[in-house]
Ligand binder design. Structure first.
Ligand SMILES: [Zn+2]
Length: 152
């Protein structure tokens, strides 16, 4: 089909197929400039931020069957985008980045060092989503991240 189209530059679709626009961004390349076959699973392994938690993107992560709130909170801790007061303050949603213990409430503070909320063993055991992790997520972490601070 391409050979037939290539021989007919007067056809309207000729321009669409053979006279492609150049990429708009210097940093990127147009998807049509590279038509080689790609192993998306291998590509995922190379770039995924989650590659430390699973080696196969097709299997369910531990805790996948948790209730939505718990699963969502777990994912927040895995991505570092948890609703801690430091993030909420950065996003102008609360006035103070402080934890109830008085220190700045970041994800690492909540999991590793907070005297009121830390998870024994830290972030890596939390990612295994065992029974202790589920209990911590549903009680301690949820309570620690409850927004008792005044909204902006
Ligand atoms: Zn704290």
């Amino acid at each position: 089909m391409l050979q037939i189209m290539e021989a007919r530059p007067d056809w309207p679709m000729y321009v669409d197929v053979f006279e492609l626009p150049s990429p708009r961004l210097a940093s990127g390349s147009a998807i049509w400039s590279d038509m080689t076959s790609v192993d998306t699973t291998e590509q995922w392994r190379e770039v995924s931020v989650d590659k430390h938690h699973t080696s196969d993107p097709t299997i369910r992560l531990p805790g996948f069957d948790l209730p939505c709130h718990t699963w969502s909170l777990m994912n927040c801790f895995q991505t570092g985008q948890d609703p801690c007061h430091a993030n909420l303050h950065k996003w102008s949603l609360v006035q103070s980045p402080s934890c109830d213990c008085g220190q700045q409430q970041t994800m690492n503070h909540t999991v590793d060092t907070c005297p009121l909320a830390k998870f024994e063993g830290g972030l890596n055991p939390l990612h295994k989503v065992d029974n202790d992790a589920v209990i911590w997520l549903e009680s301690t972490a949820t309570a620690a991240l409850t927004h008792t601070h005044t909204p902006v």
